[in-house]
Design a protein around this ligand. Structure first.
Ligand code: FES
Ligand code: MG
Length: 571
């Protein structure tokens, strides 16, 4: 692209009062004039925050991106956006994904940037930044922060997935609080995001399979020097992308989304993938539906033996060849000619990567499981859909009819679950309402409800659980999620009662409430919409505009994009 036509020259290339103002305040940072005379200005969109421990190394990581940008002849400017710390934000980081995406979108558009590097790590920081960047559509590359090193506890390898196991063991009286204190100190022991194929790693794999990062981005551990090298190379690459005007809309085609769905199936990725990919597609104007997740993942075998579906950790995936070794195995399934950030097709990028450990990455003809991916369920309990991840579920529960034990909300669940008089056994179906996008609000990761102690005491570790909420990407079990319409919208899910029979048949893609139409109609007529918790602020805006889970839970008015042009100056 010609220097004079660069977007940033709409600021720094001006004469008169406007140009003076735009340049003068930039120069006060110690920037010489020649840096502003037509070089690609590269924004480094940073989610560093001490409130997002998974991204706490991002100031250092940004320095390596800057080296690459400078080396390639661009000029880097780092800026912060709202950062979402999965483990600390109340009531759930998901409530703020769309808000952070608005911050990202407006921060990119309003500023003199020609290209953007997104520094993403903890779960929601990836989709929020990608969604926002899509609505502007500049040349954009993602650099993920990388997973933590595998945790250690009493000589064994542990990570985020063990939280659920530890807490069930503590509730069953098999682990003391003292032991939990020791475990928490070794669980997270380095820079980086969760070390299993949870949502953060799933998101890093998503951007790599969409073609939005350099090959290998997903699995390099945060403390590994290769992560810094990748950041440097990505800084160089974004300058080339600006020169070639390679924008998100050139990369994010319908086929790229289909690739991401297939790769997610092969890695046993998080159920949260569904809601985030739908939201990203919505920003790009790509017509992607919930059914596509089932359609494109149903014939993909499970190739990664990673927790929570399998045994190993992200560090092991990296040593085995990383995501490129998996993408290469999928070459007969994928759209290999989808273009990626480096201007090369995804097939070409990954064709030389080898698999170094078949315990971690299976050969395509000898997979860990013939089936994988996300199954989309339909039925009168979830008229517009619900999802389940079979690779994390128990085979014996995949076809089951049982009596519903209904919790109207999370407080009722917490109050009742430990009650020895609760009429529940391992054949019951636990149902949790009002944890959907509008109902909670924000759709928290509570869908993998802990089991009642009297069931745990029998040594049973899984039961069917159904909710309109989400599950942590590190969670597992026969857990039906994202039931929509959610309870707060007043569909059949809102009126299911304790004692009703529920039939789950994963193979047939069915989830039904075995209650007559007349009875359901009667219950729905008597149903009252729950009161909204507040009429002010972002939460009120969110409840009014958030879409249902089957559409990606974006705000309705954020669909699509507004491009990168801003015609008015500020003075
Ligand atoms: Fe940040 Fe798991 S809590 S990635
Ligand atoms: Mg999470």
């Amino acid at each position: 692209m010609e220097e004079s036509k660069r977007r940033s020259q709409g600021w720094f290339g001006k004469t008169g009062k406007d140009g003076l103002i735009y340049r003068s305040w930039f120069k006060k940072q110690g920037i010489p004039t020649h840096e502003l005379n037509g070089k690609p200005i590269i924004g480094i969109c940073n989610t560093w925050s001490e409130l997002t421990p998974c991204n706490s190394h991002f100031r250092e990581l940004a320095e390596f991106v800057k080296k690459g940008v400078l080396e390639a002849g661009g000029y880097p400017v780092e800026f912060p956006v709202m950062s979402l710390g999965e483990t600390v934000m109340k009531p759930t980081a998901m409530l703020y994904r769309n808000l952070a995406s608005m911050d990202t979108e407006e921060s990119i558009r309003a500023n003199p940037l020609d290209g953007v590097v997104l520094l993403c790590g903890c779960d929601k920081t990836t989709p929020s930044l990608v969604m926002g960047a899509c609505s502007v559509d500049l040349p954009t590359i993602v650099v993920s922060g990388g997973p933590m090193l595998t945790g250690r506890y009493r000589g064994t390898s542990v990570s985020t997935s063990d939280i659920w196991r530890f807490s069930e063991e503590a509730r069953a009286g098999k682990m003391t609080q003292e032991e939990l204190f020791i475990a928490e100190s070794g669980l997270c022991r380095s820079d980086g995001h969760c070390a299993v194929m949870g949502t953060a790693s799933t998101m890093a794999c998503m951007v790599e399979s969409l073609g939005l990062s350099l090959p290998g981005n997903a699995a390099i551990p945060a403390p590994d020097s290769a992560r810094k090298v990748l950041a440097h190379l990505s800084g160089m690459e974004i300058v080339k992308m600006v020169e070639n005007d390679l924008k998100l809309s050139d990369i994010l085609t319908r086929e790229a989304f289909e690739n991401a769905i297939m790769v997610n199936a092969a890695i046993g990725g998080s159920t949260n993938f569904v809601i985030h990919l739908l939201a990203i597609a919505g920003r790009m104007g790509i017509d992607l539906s919930l059914e596509d997740f089932d359609k494109f993942s149903s014939n993909i075998p499970l190739l990664a033996n990673l927790q929570p579906s399998g045994m190993y950790f992200m560090e092991d995936l990296y040593y085995a060849g990383g995501l490129p070794a998996i993408i290469r195995q999928l070459k007969d399934h994928l759209h290999n000619d989808c273009i990626t950030v480096n201007g090369k097709a995804i097939g070409k990028n990954n064709e030389l990567f080898e698999n170094f450990n078949e315990k971690v990455i299976a050969a395509i003809d000898n997979p860990f499981n013939e089936t994988s991916g996300i199954v989309v369920l339909k039925g009168n309990l979830c008229e517009t859909g619900a999802i389940i991840k079979p690779s994390a579920a128990s085979p014996h529960l995949m076809k089951h009819t049982g009596k519903a034990i209904v919790f109207e909300d999370i407080d009722e669940y917490k109050n009742k679950i430990d009650d020895p008089d609760l009429d529940i056994d391992e054949n019951s179906v636990m149902v949790l309402k009002n944890v959907g996008p509008k109902g909670y609000p924000g759709m928290p990761e509570v869908g993998n409800m802990g089991l009642p102690p009297k069931v745990l005491a029998k040594g049973i570790t899984d039961m069917i659980r159904i909710s309109d909420g989400r599950m942590s990407g590190t969670g597992f079990g026969t857990v039906v999620l994202h039931a929509s319409p959610e309870a707060a919208e007043g569909g059949n899910f809102a009126v299911v009662r304790t004692g009703d029979l529920i039939e789950l048949d994963v193979k047939a893609r069915k989830l039904n409430l075995l209650v007559s139409e007349e009875e359901l109609a009667k219950r729905k007529a008597a149903w009252k919409k729950p009161e909204v918790p507040t009429e002010r602020g972002y939460v009120s805006l969110y409840i009014k505009h958030v879409e249902q889970a089957n559409l990606g839970a974006d705000l309705d008015f954020l669909k699509g994009g507004s491009g990168s042009e801003v015609t008015k100056d500020s003075h």
